[in-house]
Design a protein around this ligand. Structure first.
Ligand code: SF4
Length: 365
């Protein structure tokens, strides 16, 4: 581990009360390298999560989330309310109090070895980012990738983290055994706005360079152009520039959707909007007054704007998996899995706007 041997583990004497719910909490750690961030290291009891309610659309949907909370700190992040379960708040605590499942890879190996495991595709990055900064310290992903590949389980990873480059050798090797789908989330192509909206993330240029590096390794890489923010990133000029740069980076496909503001996220986002763009507060208030989704008319207007631009740039429109909002695993499009049910679901996915998928960056990220 890059950090081993350093005197960094100053245990925090005041682990927050809600964390008592984590009876598997090992310790809470602060370190100068991650100023303002506390890592709460826990021993996970399980690694694989079944996506509730997915059986009506696809046989199963499975995810792994090695971290809770995300230092990428995107103002619009859909996952913020998940922190409230720990009696932490969905604003700053989500960005700075990071729960780390330090034994996730070991637990995963045991779960994948069970005779009942049917090697259904697993999605990473559906809730919080597996390549957020903490991953530089904890290195949980190599063990997860190896365990999935060795067990014959296809998987997808959605991230904003350029740290994924560290694991490209491992991912390329895994892709020789199982389908591996990678996706980079890149929503904002105006540098100043990007830093204000996503203060803990790598720059747009760095993420595009990562897409190019992934493609150079022969791996597929989608780009999630989401969320698109009304009046901020939905101009023709911004979208055209975005798609041109995505194309130049070699992305295999693009998925887009408008901003989604679910309860627990909306207040945090609107606070930011009031500080940064007070002139837009009333417009957003009207747009998101009745629903977490942007109005249908707006989504139609946006789709009508984006599609011709995608065609003009020679970009393919990607499909999202309705069970978890991540890219659809190539595994599901293959032979045995391609049952009539799956084909039906693919058609449904095609006809869905991504922002009609709960739990993603139409959110989710
Ligand atoms: S949107 Fe994704 S990258 Fe941003 S804070 Fe949320 S989980 Fe992290």
């Amino acid at each position: 581990m890059r950090w081993s041997g350093q005197e960094l583990n100053e245990e925090s004497p005041d682990a927050l009360p809600g964390l008592a719910k984590l009876n598997n909490l090992v310790r809470s750690v602060q370190t100068p390298e991650f100023a303002g961030i506390t890592f709460h290291e826990v021993l996970a009891k399980s690694a694989l999560n079944r996506v509730p309610g997915s059986s009506s659309v696809l046989p199963y949907g499975w995810t792994i989330n090695p971290y809770r909370g995300c230092s990428h700190a995107c103002v619009y992040c859909f996952a913020r309310p998940t922190h409230e379960y720990l009696d932490l708040d969905s604003g700053e605590d989500f960005d700075r109090q990071i729960v780390v499942k330090v034994n996730v890879a070991e637990v995963l190996v045991g779960e994948l070895a069970k005779p009942s495991w049917q090697r259904h595709p697993v999605a990473l990055g559906t809730n919080t980012d597996p390549y957020q900064r903490a991953e530089g310290r904890y290195r949980l992903m190599p063990g997860i990738i190896a365990a999935l590949a060795e067990s014959g389980t296809p998987f997808s990873i959605l991230t904003k983290g350029t740290l994924v480059r560290r694991d490209l050798d491992l991912l390329a090797e895994a892709n020789e055994h199982v389908p591996v789908d990678l996706a980079m989330s890149i929503a904002v192509y105006d540098d100043e706005l990007q830093q204000r909206l996503e203060p803990g993330t790598p720059s747009t240029s760095a993420r595009l360079a990562t897409v190019a590096a992934i493609r150079e390794r022969g791996l597929p890489c989608s780009v999630f152009l989401m969320p698109i923010l009304p009046y901020l990133t939905d101009t023709r000029a911004h979208l055209d520039d975005a798609l041109a740069r995505v194309k130049a980076a070699g992305a295999t496909e693009v998925l887009h959707s408008a901003l989604h503001l679910r309860p627990g996220v909306k207040d945090w986002f609107m606070g930011w909007l009031a500080r940064e763009h007070p002139e837009l507060v009333d417009r957003y208030g009207d747009m998101y007054a009745r629903s977490a989704y942007a109005p249908k008319e707006y989504r139609r207007w946006l789709a009508a704007k984006v599609r011709p631009l995608m065609r003009a740039h020679g970009l393919e429109r990607g499909m999202a998996d309705p069970t978890h909002g991540s890219t659809r695993s190539r595994a599901l499009a293959r032979g045995a899995e391609r049952s009539a049910l799956t084909v039906g679901a693919e058609r449904s996915a095609l006809s869905l706007e991504l922002d009609a998928i709960p739990g993603r960056e139409p959110t989710l990220f």
